[in-house]
Design a protein around this ligand. Structure first.
Ligand code: B1M
Length: 231
């Protein structure tokens, strides 16, 4: 899409540089994405602004062309790797807020699903807001979630699914929690592009989170309700 070959990213103004990140993400140019993230941070951009305006927006554009059959899995994988490289630079900055510990969340992508960018972002933002996060990774069967809840005793269970074929698995996890009599011991938050509030309600989750910022706000509000009940 772009000719990033001899381009000196430092010569671009902010708007051009963000546009260039979108192009470089699209082209899977990891090192260029990393360099641009460093430049934007060096120009005083807040990490969250770099994340949303440069990386997340770039990935949204990739998603549109993937859907329309213009990009294919290998190209999207390269874009995803570039996105992850940019996120890795931002991660320590986003989590180093010194916020007091608010609670603990176990999060994982459900069985059959290997999408993890959104889940990782939610984990990063939750850590930044003061939550301890245990990340189970991708492709988690119900047993993995149960084991993690038993071991880590979180306040919140977060599940992510990006495919219409894998989102019903969230109900399998919640139903199993009900069968074991532990459903009400946890706040269950779900998210992922194909979900919506009605789906979350139908499967018995506590809330649907449209994005990472909503996940943080929702988690905080459930934690304050919990503390009010206890106190
Ligand atoms: Co996939 N893929 N993919 N893919 N992929 C989608 C999801 C798709 C919508 C693309 C499309 O056709 N438009 C489509 C799903 C269609 C559907 O089910 N209706 C699709 C498909 C079809 C597939 C394959 C089947 C393709 C194939 O093999 N033929 C295959 C499936 C593999 C599998 O999982 N078994 C596949 C593979 C891949 C890659 C490996 C190439 C790569 C994933 C790399 C990775 O994650 N490490 C990939 C990617 C990158 C995408 C798109 C382009 C981008 C997803 C992403 O990272 N978005 C995606 C298109 C799209 O979503 N529009 C697509 C950026 C991220 C920041 O947003 O993940 O939505 P998102 O997360 C947000 C919110 O949703 C929310 O907060 C996040 C941050 O704001 N959120 C949560 C997410 N999880 C949450 C959990 C919470 C709370 C909030 O818990 C509390």
């Amino acid at each position: 899409m772009s000719d990033a070959g001899d381009l000196d990213l430092n010569t671009l103004n902010d708007e051009e540089l963000v546009q260039q990140v979108h192009d470089d993400l699209y082209d899977g140019l990891k090192e260029e994405v990393e360099a641009a993230v460093h430049i934007l941070l060096g120009r005083g951009w807040a990490p969250y602004k770099v994340l949303t305006e440069a990386l997340v927006e770039g990935m949204r554009i990739v998603g549109v062309d993937f859907r329309d059959g213009i990009l294919f899995v290998p190209e999207v994988l390269l874009a995803a790797n570039s996105m992850k490289a940019g996120m890795a630079i931002l991660r320590p900055l986003l989590i180093a807020t010194g916020a007091p510990r608010l609670g603990k969340m176990v999060i994982g992508t459900v069985k059959g699903d290997i999408h993890d960018i959104g889940k990782n972002l939610v984990g990063m933002m939750m850590e930044g807001a003061g939550f301890e996060v245990v990340d189970l990774g991708i492709n988690n069967p119900v047993e993995k979630y149960l084991e993690a809840m038993e071991t880590h005793k979180p306040d919140i269970l977060g599940m992510s699914a990006l495919l219409t074929t894998t989102m019903p698995y969230m109900k399998v996890v919640i139903d199993t929690m009900k069968e074991k009599g532990i459903r009400d011991d946890y706040t269950v938050l779900v998210g992922g592009a194909p979900l919506n509030e009605d789906f979350a309600k139908a499967i018995g989750a506590d809330a649907y989170c449209r994005d990472a910022a909503v996940a943080v706000e929702t988690a905080k509000s459930f934690m304050s309700r919990k503390h009010n009940q206890l106190g």
